[in-house]
Ligand binder design. Structure first.
Ligand code: HGY
Ligand code: MN
Ligand code: MN
Length: 417
């Protein structure tokens, strides 16, 4: 008797977990997952995503910003579309779910529609954005910003640690940066932007919930502080005569932490500190450090940045150094669309899920579409709230639950009028 091999539905969590692991093997660091934008491993990941999108019945193309776009046509060709997207670039020593989960889930729901021979009144475009993290180059969200028509051409001149410009990296990737404006046409005739993402925080796990509905994506100010003192001999320069840029930076960093702690709705982080040409026996004359300030309230965030700049100036004066903060990115909070949140609640209820609402402390590509098209996000439980860390984990059951809800959301005819 032939054994009937039950075809794992494309939206089955185990099928998603297999693909998460397959993508996670594509890294530029053999010891951990590091897939920076437009890197060799990003190129391999993009090729694998192209393959999966084609297998799911999509027409696939690479746009001028390095995004991979798969289109699953509507009942009537050329109809308006819904975008389902996330990013496939990662931070260094990354978790394997951040970004990748949203792309794989988008492909899976299309694959399931295709397997069932279903066409919807709208097309679906699944997009694997090329640069959400903004780790290799200063500016971030460049892939989604190109599609949203808000790409700043100046960021083509951003250079990475090796002096390679984004423009050159795009060419090496096989994209044509001179055609970035064409990427924006992809936003025309778009009904909604949807993204499934691991929560990257502890809220769902604390409530023992597999999924949540995102109400807003926090706004963020990101940039660099440059502290200039005077380099000197660590053995001969008396303490009283030093203009030590590092000890000044240390006091500034603690002041940044203290300011953020004063406001429950503000977080601030110094994630990278550099002492160019530093050495054990040199009093640092120059220090550069990153600053990332976020809040769901744009007023609170901007007030915190102003206060921090005042603190930097005060400490610099007292220590006879200079300090300059230059913002490379300033993104207001993105409120998720009420109608989409409502439709998501219906799909949650249909699946017996509590429609728990929560904000996103992490930034996401949906921010690029703020004020242009309705944005909606579904969060998936994150073990221990750990993210931007190889220990990041979402279970196959929770991933499958998200794919199921997303699939039912797409079938809800009232969701995307
Ligand atoms: O930084 C962020 O919030 C996002 O993970 N890129
Ligand atoms: Mn992400
Ligand atoms: Mn991230």
């Amino acid at each position: 008797m032939s054994t009937t091999i039950e075809r794992i539905s494309a939206i089955d969590g185990n099928a998603l977990a297999v693909r998460i692991d397959e993508l996670a093997r594509l890294s530029d660091d053999p010891a951990c997952l590091t897939r920076l934008t437009l890197s060799p491993s990003h190129k391999k990941a993009a090729s694998l995503v192209v393959e999966w999108m084609q297998e799911a019945g999509m027409q696939v193309r690479l746009d001028a910003a390095g995004n991979v776009i798969g289109r699953y046509e509507a009942q009537k060709p050329g109809a308006a579309k819904v975008i389902i997207a996330s990013h496939i670039d990662t931070v260094r020593n990354a978790g394997r779910f951040d970004g990748n989960l949203g792309v794989i889930t988008g492909i899976a729901v299309v694959d399931e529609l295709n397997q069932q021979g279903k066409r919807l009144p709208f097309a679906i475009e699944v997009i694997a954005f090329s640069d959400e993290e903004g780790v290799r180059f200063a500016s971030t969200l460049s892939g989604s910003r190109a599609i949203a028509g808000v790409f700043e051409a100046s960021c083509l001149d951003d250079t990475d640690a090796d002096g390679v410009s984004r423009r050159q990296a795009l060419r090496d990737f096989g994209a044509d940066p001179s055609k970035i404006e064409d990427a924006a046409c992809n936003l025309v005739n778009t009904l909604a932007y949807l993204e499934v993402h691991i929560e990257q925080g502890p809220m769902l796990e604390a409530r023992n919930l597999p999924l949540g509905i995102v109400t807003a994506i926090n706004g963020a100010t990101r940039g660099e502080v440059v502290v200039k003192g005077e380099a000197g001999h660590s053995g001969t320069l008396p303490m009283s005569m030093r203009r030590d840029a590092m000890t000044a930076a240390a006091e500034m960093i603690l002041a940044i932490e203290a300011r953020a702690r004063r406001d429950a709705d503000v977080v601030a982080t110094v994630g990278r500190v550099e002492i160019p040409n530093g050495a054990v026996n040199i009093v640092p004359g120059l220090v550069k450090f990153s600053l990332d300030v976020r809040s769901s309230s744009d007023v609170a965030r901007n007030r915190a940045v102003t206060d921090i700049e005042a603190d930097l100036a005060k400490i610099a004066m007292a220590r006879r150094v200079s300090a300059q903060f230059t913002a490379s990115y300033d993104m207001p909070a993105t409120i998720c669309d009420a109608a989409i949140v409502g439709a998501m609640s219906r799909a949650f209820a249909q699946n017996g899920r509590e429609p728990f609402m929560l904000g996103s402390g992490a930034g996401h590509d949906g921010m690029s579409f703020r004020g242009r098209i309705p944005v909606g996000m579904i969060f998936v439980r994150c073990r221990g709230g750990v993210s931007h860390n190889p220990a990041e984990y979402a279970s196959p059951a929770d991933m499958g639950a998200a794919a199921r809800v997303l699939f039912d959301l797409l079938l809800d005819s009232g969701a995307f009028a």
